[in-house]
Design a protein around this ligand. Structure first.
Ligand code: AN0
Ligand code: CP
Length: 320
């Protein structure tokens, strides 16, 4: 595997899942595969889980790891070609990427949507420059429009806890004070459609996700109706994707607190498990009692980030 952005990059999903469950049994099963190989993790944005779980995964495989926080100590990077660099940016990505590639074998990149232009975000401008100019296998650690390591971990978690052969999984929008990317819900919808689940997406009008990720999944604007009989509730805030309202791309259109996932919502489900990728704002996205209930999977979900990262790194190492 040379690039990891979409569920299709993994090939057969069932075999990727069985590899994940093998690794859950023994995190160190392939502990010599990454010997004398170096992973470079580049963060343009903050992270707790991705940073730690991906480093841990690399160490499980015997790799060396270098982590670079671009905004803390590196030169400020220009990302657009053709600009006169007379501002505060000292170095261009066009030199920085091939230089970074000299010191590593695999590259992970975290680069959030910037909300300056829908087109720039949805063509994954920054991630693609790493793919094009590094000559190394590159994986997204949440880029402008996708978060595949998260969605893979979410799928592992659903496989681990499902009680029905084909569970009902509800992706629900929930309120948040700041504009957040669409990467997590995009990938979640994409991966759930590739899996054997019934996916229902619910959000206020104007928050329609990009059709390339939603496909033919059911969209239900009545949140309570969507929750009826759910086996898993996956909450996430996202800003306006600009599908039905291009001029509102990246904006907060609603702060409607009736969308906060609380006991009343969970009561109409099939005793559903609660999921969120974290970090989560309590009593905005979800109430304390729901996230603290025994049916909350947020911690096992975060634990599975180490597993999804190990599978992805293993597959990249195998094609070096
Ligand atoms: C980010 C987001 O919503 O994309 C990261 C989630 C994994 N969340 C925040 O910035 C709070
Ligand atoms: N879920 C997730 O990716 O968390 P971080 O932003 O802390 O890495």
């Amino acid at each position: 595997m040379k690039v990891f952005r979409y569920v299709s990059d993994l090939g057969d999903l069932k075999s990727a899942l069985s590899e994940a469950f093998e690794l859950k049994q023994d995190h160190y099963k392939f502990q010599t595969l990454g010997r004398r190989k170096t992973l470079l993790l580049i963060f343009f944005n903050n992270s707790l889980r991705t940073r730690l779980s991906t480093q841990k995964a690399a160490m499980n495989l015997g790799m060396n790891v270098i982590v670079l926080d671009v905004n803390q100590g590196a030169w400020k990077l220009e990302t657009e070609r053709g600009v006169v660099m007379d501002g505060d940016k000292s170095e261009h990505l066009l030199e920085a990427v091939p230089v970074m590639a000299q010191y590593c074998d695999l590259i992970g990149v975290r680069t959030f949507a910037r909300f300056e232009s829908r087109e720039a975000d949805y063509t994954e401008e920054i991630l693609n420059q790493f793919i094009k100019y590094s000559g190394r296998p590159v994986f997204s650690m949440e880029s402008a429009t996708v978060h595949p390591l998260q969605a893979f971990a979410d799928l592992i978690t659903i496989e681990q806890y499902r009680r029905a052969a084909r569970p009902k999984v509800v992706l629900t929008w929930a309120p948040h004070p700041r504009a957040l990317p669409q990467a997590v819900p995009n990938s979640f919808a994409e991966w759930m459609r590739a899996a054997d689940v019934e996916l229902v997406i619910t959000h206020p009008e104007g928050y329609e996700l990009d059709p390339q990720f939603v496909g033919d999944a059911k969209v239900e604007y009545d949140q309570m109706k969507a929750f009826e009989g759910a086996d898993f509730v996956y909450a996430k805030n996202w800003s306006c994707p600009g599908v039905s309202c291009p001029e509102n791309y990246g904006q907060v259109l609603s702060r409607d607190m009736s969308w906060t996932v609380d006991k009343k919502h969970m009561a109409v489900t099939n005793d559903a498990f609660f999921m969120h990728c974290l970090p989560v704002r309590r009593n905005m996205i979800v109430t304390d009692d729901v996230i603290e209930a025994p049916t909350s999977l947020v911690i096992p979900e975060a634990a599975n980030r180490e597993i999804s990262a190990t599978v992805v790194l293993k597959r990249m190492l195998e094609t070096l």
